[in-house]
Design a protein around this ligand. Sequence first.
Ligand code: GAP
Length: 448
Amino acid sequence: MPDKVDMEKIVSLCKRRGFVFPSSEIYGGLGSCWDYGPMGVELKRNIKDAWWKAIVQERDDVVGIDTSIMMHPGVWAASGHVDSFADSMVECKSCHLRWKAEEVTNQKCPKCSGELTEPRMFNLMFKTFMGPVEEEASTVYLRPETAQGMFVNFENVVTTSRKRLPLGIAQIGKSFRNEITTGNFIFRTREFEHMELEYFVKPGTDESWFDFWVKERFEWYIKLGIRQENLRLRQHSKEELAHYAKDCYDIEYLFPMGWSELEGIANRADYDLTQHAKYSGKDLSYYDGESSERYVPYVIEPSAGVDRSFLAFLIDAYDEEEVEGERRAVLHFHPLLAPIKVAVLPLSRNEKLTPLAKEVYKQLCPSFMTYYDDSQSIGRRYRRQDEIGTPFCVTIDFESLEDNQVTIRERDSLAQIRVPITELEQTLQAKFKGEPFEKTPLWATRQK
Ligand code: GAP
């Protein structure tokens, strides 16, 4: 891996290989908005699926939910977002660029050194109007987090899921923040996706559950291939804690611009349910049948960004190597995250090879996200698959017509094995499940 991955290289690879495009590009783009292309949408879906599997599918104490983006305005008054979800902002009197006050060190505009205005508070929620009349009474907000959808549905979920505490409610969905400064590609954008878990527990057990989730979430990134040396935990200082938090850790990743937040895990205590009970007038306490007590549950919240995880997985997977005297760029994605799992590559576009290659492609499609490519030289096609992180390439050559065997090439070790077509699918399934290849692939060694 190069010493430091250059963000420019990642942005350029994303554009070239169809991971991420600037939004509305033919109109010149729109600040900090991005579109996910054919490869990006697969990677994003795989990240979300991996999160959902670990958080919901593999646990009997967590259920999912999908709540609306626009909610009753009372929700945001109760949550504290109307009063407190704001950044201190300064504006340059010359170029009119706006900056977070905390980002400016010498009271001069970082772009043109112009004089800055006094700081003023700027609320980060996007406002719009519901219905045809644009008036204060019809103001609604685009949610800045998915979390409140879980708090206001706490009672609905407890009643319908017939589960007891500890109980988690999980959600993946879009959030919107009118960030003052964006940048660093998809690291901080105004529209992004959240993966949030609100884990409701009995007060007094919150600290041990908090420790559990901090550890669990840290390990999730490592299991999916991020190198431990590029991850660290940072506890928030008292001054830094959000208005709702009793304790908070950030999982930080070593991005090209330095250590930055990847995910936050907060102990929100009983702040949210208490506030919603107060503002809605509904009792949101919980009757614990085991201890015959009634209490307001505490909440542990692991909150991750899909787009930021996408960026971290991409950067960590990126590598440049010398292979047979040629430079190759490769993404060493964990196979679960790789956008394309298998590429079917006939040795050349030849009328004798095509029917068999197409047959192999059709055979694999139902089980794996498969890509068929017969253009250009086989070497160039391998490089293209390496650059999008495809774990396995299956090559059909002239011998395949005789012996009904094909070659599987593993992306990281470059090892090759030959297998009968009748055993191809089960062999690939076994390799994805971790059966050793001829040489151990890098993604498998990273997981250890
Ligand atoms: N409900 C708690 C909450 O939203 P947060 O620390 O503001 O906490 C959690 O956000 C995660 O969401 C962050 O660690 C980051 O991954 C992602 N995130 C937050 N703001 C973002 C933005 N403007 N662009 C992209 N991702 C963002």
